[in-house]
Design a protein around this ligand. Structure first.
Ligand SMILES: *Cc1c(COP(=O)(O)O)cnc(C)c1O
Length: 354
């Protein structure tokens, strides 16, 4: 395939390496990983790299991404991170395990599982304080009892998700609480919970400091695998690659111009009143990349360049090095938000480096 711009270059061997290192690290205390593919839309080549790196489960929040991986014959257990009642029928058809918090949805899953003559596996998500998805701990026993009365569902375990919405840290106390809840449920209902999924890439610091991980035996990890960092402070994890993804876009104008707009000031294209700092005349470049391609605020540059602003299709840079020539490519590093949006944009070519 001819490489054009903008494009994301994706180094598959680095994703495989990151997965391998994380599987080994977490495996030391009996924790398995689900590779989370939502930021890359379930891209089959990336899912394959994760599987070569050692994950047995592929997890995604979108059913469409799971279907994409299945169509590409990816061999894994598929886990749906966000379950919607309107997709219950296809969920039972295409997904091995779904994460759930609502009895209405579980009843639908049970119904379609009976129609399809299957047992559908579920993980019940517990609210631990981050206030995104989760059953409140006080409601959990009654909830489990109701799910146990649905004969085509099997409760595989419990899970929780932290540091996503409320920015609440997964710490020892939260993980112990989940462990204790798991044991209490097992005793009360005389069932075995085989998966206790304690969180996501934000659980790294907890894991590093935990002497005993209790019943936690699984994490669902996306960003650490893809970008090589933990997500409480976005520090790089030792020995992982942090630039498996690189965005490359093209210079389409490069001139010395004033740094202050001239004329009467009004709203910009996005309804904001822009403010500018006077830097005198300076070298500026326009890159053919905009808000329609990626989240600009999550981009960073290695070179001596500064992002001044952007519109839907144009990114304006100050180039301290005036040698940026029209037609040149400029490299950007991406954070998770930029990666997610760039992978979703139809205008950004995805180029795999094998
Ligand atoms: C997105 C998501 C994850 C993965 O999060 P990362 O920060 O990418 O590791 C895990 N669990 C759930 C429920 C998610 O929605």
């Amino acid at each position: 395939m001819k490489a054009f711009m903008p494009r994301i270059e994706i180094i598959l061997s680095q994703i495989q390496h990151n997965t391998r290192m994380l599987c080994e690290l977490y495996g030391q205390q009996g924790i398995s990983l689900m590779g989370v593919s939502k930021a890359v839309l379930g891209e089959p080549l990336i899912a394959s790299a994760m599987i070569r790196g050692g994950v047995k489960f592929m997890a995604d929040s979108r059913l469409e991404n799971i279907q994409r991986m299945k169509n590409a014959k990816i061999a894994a257990q598929f886990v749906l991170l966000r379950t919607t009642p309107s997709q219950a029928e296809s969920t039972v058809e295409d997904v091995d395990i779904s994460l759930n918090t609502e009895i209405e949805t579980l009843e639908k899953l049970n119904y379609y599982a009976s129609v399809q003559n299957k047992i559908h596996q579920v993980i019940l998500m517990v609210e631990m304080g981050d206030l995104r998805e989760g059953i409140l701990p006080d409601d959990l026993f009654l909830f489990v009892q109701k799910v146990l009365s649905l004969p085509h569902l099997k409760i595989m375990g419990l899970g929780c998700n932290l540091a996503c919405y409320g920015g609440i840290k997964p710490d020892n106390q939260k993980m112990w609480q989940l462990s204790e809840l798991s044991e209490a449920i097992e005793q009360k209902f005389q069932i075995d919970l085989s998966i206790i999924s304690g969180g996501n890439s934000a659980n790294h610091q907890w894991y590093k400091s935990a002497k005993n991980v209790g019943r936690i035996n699984n994490l669902r990890v996306g960003e650490s695998i893809l970008l090589g960092c933990e997500t409480l402070t976005r520090q790089a994890i030792p020995q992982l690659h942090t630039s498996a993804f690189k965005l490359i876009a093209e210079v389409i104008e490069s001139k010395i111009k004033p740094s202050l707009p001239f004329g009467e000031v009004c709203q910009d294209a996005f309804g904001n009143m822009p403010v500018f700092r006077d830097r005198g005349m300076h070298p500026r470049a326009i890159i053919a990349l905009g808000k329609q391609d990626t989240l600009i605020s999550g981009l960073s540059l290695d070179q001596d360049l500064e992002i001044l602003g952007s519109s839907s299709d144009h990114l304006v840079l100050e180039s301290k090095n005036p040698d940026l020539k029209v037609g040149m490519g400029v490299n950007f590093n991406l954070d998770y938000g930029s990666l997610l949006t760039a992978m979703t944009s139809p205008f950004v070519q995805k180029q795999f480096i094998h």
